[in-house]
Design a protein around this ligand. Structure first.
Ligand code: NAD
Length: 485
């Protein structure tokens, strides 16, 4: 199919591509070159209203469409994503600045896997029944919530967008979805794919625009009954304050400041290889990256020397080149924020072991938003650098002497998204794992994902769980029917 990208993107409402009602557009910038490469609708409440009208009318039929039919359509979407991997990956890289090889290998295949997984999941989804011996039988029915809102961030644009949309559609809901205004193009291409796959008009509506206007209109709309949001803790707190008094279902996947706990008895080679990835994959712009590296004191010096050598060897450059391990940061705004965080770390007394500077690659990327991968030591838990999410290629090193101290450092900040633990003593690793305050804990690995497992953070990293049955439960409403026998 033809997935060419128009200079001016359009909203996808009721199966039709339309200009925003305001006729206003935002610039879309390629972060690797700093150049404008298109425009996106600056939508507002009027466009959300139009999307709700379309979704409401589509819901009557979609909510009672047999699961097998929904399965077939979602599977077709998955196949079309796979067949168009090259075009989607190139669009994502141009929007986001991440290396093209990463997009091809991880983001796009995982977006397809999301549709495949939930297409199949809905065929096996069941509800419970509880028998009260010879008195009564209770059975639960699970019905789609209705019209739901899905709002996603820029760091894994298509993957996180589909992570919400796929279970919502599989469960029989109609969706109003808003991708990040910073990375809108793969969501636009998904609208073309959904149309081609035969998804009925109005079942999925994709509206582009800013958070405070378009996103806010989704959260505030009284007919949108559930909000699935992934993004910053700041925006998540605001969304909760608007949606909670309206009694909407809420799933919030928010920021992280994840500890990576390294014990002396780990498999050193594997730990080192994975720690480079878990620190700097996607320029550190993965919510699950380990940004606080905690190393047992007896191996701290060895770790620091080897780690810094390896970080210095990471090539920063054109995301289209297979040799680039690090691409561009997503925007000028984010580039400035990360540079300010590095300056703050220095102010707080941090020692920059490597990196810290902007990079100006030769050629077409000379005006792009590139920063060297940065390693900082000498800062305690209480400083801003170790408390607040930077969401860039910046990690700090701290050392610990005992298991208790490792846990105290790991649990010192207000986030609780994920943690990684490295030790060949499996009892110790499990013991520590059970006490780390995080929703997702990896032992001797990182970013291994089984889509059946509940996914999400605790503390300031969010509420609700996505993934597997949790997502299908979130996008359905349970009703219990009690029958006396
Ligand atoms: P962001 O909060 O600025 O924006 C996320 C999305 O929310 C965007 O689509 C934005 O337009 C929209 N938005 C912003 N304000 C809104 C409002 N008031 N009402 C409705 N919508 C609004 O986050 P970002 O900068 O795009 O993404 C980076 C953040 O996302 C980081 O904090 C990162 O940790 C987090 N993240 C979390 C996960 C997770 O699974 N926990 C995954 C990826 C990213």
């Amino acid at each position: 199919m033809d997935l060419s990208i128009p200079y001016q993107l359009q909203n996808f409402i009721g199966g039709i591509w339309a200009a925003p009602s305001s006729d206003k557009y935002l610039d879309n910038i390629n972060p690797a070159t700093g150049e404008k490469w298109g425009e996106i609708p600056d939508s507002d409440a009027a466009d959300i209203e139009a999307a709700v009208v379309a979704a409401k009318s589509a819901f009557l039929k979609w909510s009672v469409t047999p699961a097998e039919e929904r399965f077939t359509i979602l599977n077709r979407i998955a196949t079309l994503i796979e067949e168009n991997l090259e075009a989607l990956a190139l669009a994502e890289t141009t929007d986001n600045g991440k290396p093209l090889w990463l997009s091809k290998r991880v983001d796009i295949p995982r977006a397809s896997a999301n549709f495949r997984f939930f297409a199949t999941g809905i065929m096996h989804f069941s509800a419970e029944s509880h028998s009260m011996e010879d008195k009564a039988i209770n059975y639960t029915i699970r019905q789609p919530v209705g019209i739901v809102g899905c709002i996603s961030p820029w760091n894994l644009p298509l993957y996180l967008f589909t992570w919400k949309i796929a279970p919502a559609l599989a469960a029989g809901n109609c969706v109003i979805a808003k991708p990040s205004e910073v990375t809108p193009v793969t969501a636009y291409l998904l609208s073309r794919i959904c149309k081609e796959a035969g998804l009925p008009d109005g079942v999925l509506n994709i509206v582009h625009g800013r958070g405070e206007t378009c996103g806010e209109a989704i959260v505030k709309h009284p007919l949108i009954k559930a909000i699935s949001f992934t993004g910053s803790t700041r925006a998540g707190a605001h969304i909760a304050s608007v949606a909670a008094p309206m009694f909407k279902k809420l799933s919030l996947e928010l920021g992280g400041k994840n500890p990576n706990i390294i014990f002396a008895d780990c498999d050193w080679g594997k730990m080192m290889r994975t720690t480079i990835q878990s620190s700097f994959a996607n320029q550190g712009q993965i919510c699950l990256c380990g940004s606080r590296i905690l190393v047992e004191a007896s191996v701290y010096e060895r770790f620091r020397k080897e780690f810094v050598e390896k970080v210095k060897a990471l090539t920063v450059g054109d995301p289209l080149s297979d040799d680039s391990r690090q691409g561009a940061l997503v925007s000028q705004l984010h580039f400035d924020k990360v540079r300010n965080s590095i300056a703050k770390a220095k102010e707080e007394g941090g020692i920059i072991l490597c990196g810290g500077n902007a990079v100006k690659p030769e050629g077409r990327c000379r005006n792009g938003f590139f920063i060297e991968p940065t390693v900082i030591e000498g800062l305690g838990c209480e400083c801003q650098t170790n408390m607040e999410e930077i969401f860039g290629p910046v990690v700090t090193l701290q050392s610990f002497s005992t298991e208790e101290e490792a846990l105290q450092l790991a649990n010192a900040c207000n986030y609780g998204l994920s943690a990684t633990i490295w030790s060949q003593d499996i009892s110790k690793a499990n013991r520590v794992g059970a006490k780390v305050e995080a929703g997702i804990i990896w032992i001797n690995c990182w970013l291994l994902r089984d889509l059946r497992t509940p996914f999400g953070g605790i503390k300031n990293s969010g509420v609700g769980r996505e993934g597997g049955w949790e997502a299908l439960r979130f996008f359905t409403e349970a009703r219990n029917i009690c029958v006396e026998i």
